[in-house]
Design a protein around this ligand. Sequence first.
Ligand SMILES: N=c1c2ncn([C@@H]3O[C@H](COP(=O)(O)OP(=O)(O)OP(=O)(O)O)[C@@H](O)[C@H]3O)c2ncn1[C@@H]1O[C@H](COP(=O)(O)O)[C@@H](O)[C@H]1O
Length: 107
Amino acid sequence: MSEETLAYIESVIAERRKASPEDSYVSSLFHRGTAHIAQKVGEEAVETVIAALAQDKKSLESEAADLIFHLAVLLADRGSSFENVFSELRRREGVSGHAEKAARPKS
Ligand SMILES: N=c1c2ncn([C@@H]3O[C@H](COP(=O)(O)OP(=O)(O)OP(=O)(O)O)[C@@H](O)[C@H]3O)c2ncn1[C@@H]1O[C@H](COP(=O)(O)O)[C@@H](O)[C@H]1O
């Protein structure tokens, strides 16, 4: 999924949240609130893991699409966007995950 596709999905979500919840699944998610949207992200993540472990590539791709879609709704609900997520990923470029974890403040 390219950045262009994610930007398109975000624009569809911004438009559809103005519709009535009866007509639009996107709008119904916003109306049910952050906790419900977050729960949907969790459910789709679990369904993605199950599809991966079942070694079913088509289901994995379908569940991953559901996961990314619901994550886009959650980011919008919290006033954020994939652009901010991409910035964070770009900030991490060139830093090994092992080195980054070792540099985290100890809790
Ligand atoms: N990309 C998506 C998309 N991906 C997944 N889904 C929906 O996400 C839901 C996930 O299925 P689930 O079985 O987990 O959900 P559910 O159990 O029916 O829901 P709950 O009863 O648990 O709340 C399904 O209703 C899917 O249709 C999506 N719904 C909408 N979009 C995009 O948003 C656009 C606008 O949609 P509407 O707002 O519905 O017009 C669409 O044209 C698409 O581009």
